[in-house]
Ligand binder design. Structure first.
Ligand code: SF4
Ligand code: SF4
Length: 446
């Protein structure tokens, strides 16, 4: 085992040593309930988790629990001993998968997931961003000189207007920052989930080390998965020399400076946040930020915010539950008299971006609202146009321009697979026909 693997084992071992076996973590686990595990067996499941950590095996209901986990962190919030149970479960799941499957199969599964993600991110980013912006993001982290790194991760580049918004907001704060991300700086989520630890160390672990090599004092994360993984699988394993935290928390700390720059003449809005718990203080931070925007009324809507830390990702295995959450949110927002749903993260934004095709609601990311309040932002959200399934002329014209500037061509097969991927995600959307037909026509031009 590598030194890194030993450190993970030590973290799990420390959790098992502190655990009293009360079972509260299992009792509150939403996905254990979702797959039908019996709440009355909580103490047995936790005893099995401790046994696995100390060299036992994961079989039967324990394996079902581990596989069902979507990272919600309700277990950690419920633990009276303050154990990071989500972290413990992640390490236990890695161990169980390594024991159950050959290393080559783990590597092949991880490589396949990474390759599919990278192709899609590259194409969508090249359709929506000019070359100079993409190149700026892709410069290796260790070559950066700024005090603050804004780390995008990979997947937000499917909805790059969010990245541009954050850059606008940090610019408004007159911050010395660099933006870094893309698949060459992946957090290694697929490798960790598929238990391909050697490749994880060369990708996610390495990305984290590269932040340190840049000499930055602070790394602002965007992606909730990167935030969770770097916090629990890197920072807790070996504390870095830099501060690490989600950009929304940093903005909330700097709220007074932002408020002083907000324009007073903001549009009147009645807003519902599509909420997720589980990633630090992101929800409270976004609430604070939105509450400070002039003319914005924040409506409270009871919602299933604890089921997953974000839409998609590990929660995507519960499609019906996610679909019910999205429908209930939109209908609850309408009933409450809201005119806007505000998303916290990019995967949620993708899931809800098409809601305007079905409901009399606008969908915006919180960064859209904050950047606009600062007199900036206004970057076109082409992904929302894709998902709405209406007129595609503006999105196609932009893609034609950006693809050329990035030296990337689309073919009809890529358009078919992109259409399938975009419209297979849980969430609310119009018809896929407009996107597929318009972009297939663009592919035939090349
Ligand atoms: S992180 Fe969430 S889904 Fe995973 S075990 Fe804990 S409560 Fe259950
Ligand atoms: S809630 Fe905490 S102490 Fe109780 S069984 Fe779970 S991990 Fe152990």
């Amino acid at each position: 085992m590598s030194a890194y693997a030993d450190r993970l084992e030590a973290l799990a071992g420390a959790a098992a040593d502190r655990c009293t076996g009360c079972g509260k973590c299992f009792e509150v686990c939403p996905t254990a309930h979702e797959v039908g595990l019996d709440v009355g067996t909580a103490r047995i499941r936790v005893a099995e988790l401790s046994a696995l950590t100390r060299g036992g095996e994961a079989a039967g209901p324990l394996r079902t629990w581990l596989d069902a986990c979507d990272g919600s962190a309700r277990c950690s919030a419920a633990c009276p001993e303050g154990i990071n149970v989500r972290q413990w479960i992640s390490i236990a799941k890695l161990k169980a998968t390594r024991a159950a499957r050959a290393a080559e199969e783990n590597a092949a599964a991880a490589a396949d997931r990474f390759r599919r993600m990278a192709q899609s991110v590259r194409l969508l980013a090249s359709m929506q961003l000019p070359s100079e912006t993409l190149q700026r993001i892709l410069v290796p982290a260790e070559k950066r000189k700024a005090d603050v790194l804004f780390y995008t991760g990979c997947n937000v580049l499917r909805t790059p207007h969010i990245v541009l918004n954050v850059m606008d907001i940090l610019d408004a704060l007159e911050l010395d920052f660099d933006v870094v991300g893309g698949t060459s700086h992946c957090c290694g989520v697929y490798q960790f989930l598929e238990a391909d630890l050697p490749t994880y160390e060369r990708i996610g672990h390495r990305t984290f080390q590269r932040f340190g090599q840049s000499g930055a004092a602070r790394v602002l994360t965007w992606c909730p998965t990167c935030t969770k993984n770097f916090g629990e699988l890197e920072k807790d394993v070996e504390p870095p020399a830099f501060d690490l935290g989600h950009v929304s928390e940093f903005l909330a700390i700097n709220l007074d400076a932002l408020k002083a720059r907000f324009g007073a003449d903001q549009p009147r809005r009645r807003v519902v946040i599509h909420e997720h718990l589980g990633i630090g203080a992101t929800l409270e931070s976004i609430r604070k930020l939105l509450s400070a925007v002039p003319n914005l009324e924040l409506l409270e809507l009871p919602q299933d915010s604890g089921f997953s830390y974000a839409c998609g990702g590990q929660a995507a295995k519960f499609k019906d539950r996610e679909a019910a959450i999205h429908r209930a949110l939109a209908e609850g927002a309408m009933a409450a008299g809201a005119d806007t749903i505000v998303t916290m993260y990019h995967s949620c934004h993708r899931a809800l971006a098409g809601a305007e095709a079905i409901y009399a609601l606008k969908v915006a990311n919180f960064t859209d609202v904050i950047a606009e309040a600062l007199g900036r932002g206004g970057h076109p959200d082409y992904y929302r146009l894709y998902k709405q399934g209406g007129a595609m002329d503006e999105a196609v014209a932009a893609a034609r321009r950006f693809l050329q500037s990035n030296g990337v061509e689309v073919d009809e097969a890529s358009v078919q697979s992109l259409t399938a991927e975009i419209f297979a995600e849980t969430g609310l959307a119009g018809s896929p026909d407009a996107f597929r037909d318009a972009f297939a026509a663009l592919a035939r031009e090349s």
